[in-house]
Design a protein around this ligand. Structure first.
Ligand SMILES: [Fe+2]
Length: 390
């Protein structure tokens, strides 16, 4: 199906302008196809689809309450509906491989990845993997290294929630939640944590092994929750070119000084701060210290964060939208998307922002296919041809 999106306020490199957009064979084209169906975008914003490089909202579809499990296929398909309804056209599911049992175990990851690989082609959103390897999960790393070769290639992120739990006092606040997630009693969780912590001398070598495997295989490597400029230097040397959720402003500054991307959570912007006391994303963006926003744990947030940070009439709106489209596409190494330029994949959303506090997605197109419509999408026949269901 070829399209002509007409009359919308379309985002270009220079800002929003009323202009039409043609789609032929799943790509943006200069020339309108003779058989193009017209989409009436009058009164709507026409924006590049959101590229979400770190989201684990699907976990709440698999286990909405502690110990309550739903079928993984059902969870991922429902997540897919949520993604496209929130304007996300490329999603990297953050699948954690931890030493914990339960939701973040190797077994759970195996199950999820198996199901995802089986249904990926039928999903509306271009759904990929962001493997979150817990660096203390030494017994699980062989399988993670094997997964680096999956197609499309996963992002791999080095996560350490163990040291923080033990040394930074997170555990006092979060132990109940972590034990619940794992299905263990608080006491058993603490015993397991002690056993895992005792292997800390082997972790640095494991990190180096994983990082060099990722670099050799061409995976995008990220480092998560870096706590200091020293940690940024350490992970940079291992090939992690972007800093994901740095815990301090100094760390974010250290990354930006080297021209590296800094990834923060969009819910942090929407809620007005970090839920776990880390740096404030809106402040970081204002100071040029954050270049990418992700859904983190809440799929509506990238869209809403952008409209909270700016408005379509403001001169910084294109820069703000880049936080959720062009920049994450660049970090993920996807140079075929993230903008509405000619030749890019036709991943585009139509947004009604009449109420800027509650913008909503009217339609979502992924590679030239309309995968979501709120029912308010105006379409009219072009050149006398009848409307197809699309
Ligand atoms: Fe974290």
């Amino acid at each position: 199906m070829n399209w002509h999106i007409q009359g919308g306020r379309t985002l270009t490199d220079r800002g929003l302008a009323t202009s039409d957009l043609s789609v032929v064979g799943g790509l943006f084209t200069e020339v309108r196809a003779a058989d193009a169906q017209v989409i009436d975008a009058d009164g709507l914003l026409v924006l590049p689809g959101i590229v979400d490089i770190h989201g684990d909202g699907f976990e709440r579809q698999i286990m909405p309450r502690p110990g309550v499990h739903f079928d993984t296929g059902l969870a991922l398909k429902d997540t897919d509906r949520q993604l496209v309804a929130n304007g996300i056209t490329t999603a990297f599911h953050g699948v954690t491989v931890s030493w914990e049992p339960g939701l973040r175990s190797l077994e759970a990851a195996k199950q999820l990845i198996g199901v995802l690989c089986g249904i990926r082609d039928s999903l509306a959103c271009d759904t990929r993997l962001h493997l979150r390897w817990e660096t203390f999960a030494l017994d699980q790393m062989a399988q993670v290294m094997e997964w680096l070769s999956l197609s499309p290639p996963p992002i791999i992120a080095l996560n350490d929630h163990t040291t923080g739990s033990v040394l930074k006092g997170t555990i006092a606040r979060k132990i109940g939640q972590m034990a619940e997630r794992s299905g263990l009693s608080r006491e058993d969780y603490m015993t397991l944590l002690d056993r895992i912590w005792s292997r800390r001398d082997d972790v640095a070598t494991a990190i180096e092994t994983m990082a060099s495997a990722a670099k050799a295989n061409g995976n995008v490597l990220l480092a998560h929750d870096e706590a200091s400029p020293e940690e940024r230097r350490y992970f940079r040397a291992l090939g992690a070119e972007a800093s994901e959720f740095p815990l301090t402003l100094e760390t974010a500054k250290a990354a930006r000084q080297m021209g590296e991307d800094v990834i923060l959570g969009a819910p942090n912007v929407v809620r007005g701060g970090s839920h776990n006391g880390a740096l404030n994303a809106a402040d970081a963006i204002r100071d040029g210290l954050c270049t990418v926003l992700t859904s983190d744990y809440h799929y509506p947030s990238p869209l809403h964060a952008a409209f909270k940070l700016s408005s379509p009439g403001a001169s910084d709106f294109p820069m703000v939208w880049n936080l959720v489209s062009a920049n994450p596409a660049r970090v993920a190494g996807l140079d075929d998307r993230g903008s509405l330029n000619i030749g890019r994949r036709a991943d585009v959303i139509l947004v009604d922002a009449c109420d800027p506090a509650h913008p909503h997605v009217v339609a979502t197109m992924v590679q030239g296919k309309i995968v979501y419509s709120s029912g308010r999408l105006g379409r009219k026949p072009a050149l006398g041809t009848p409307i197809d269901a699309g």
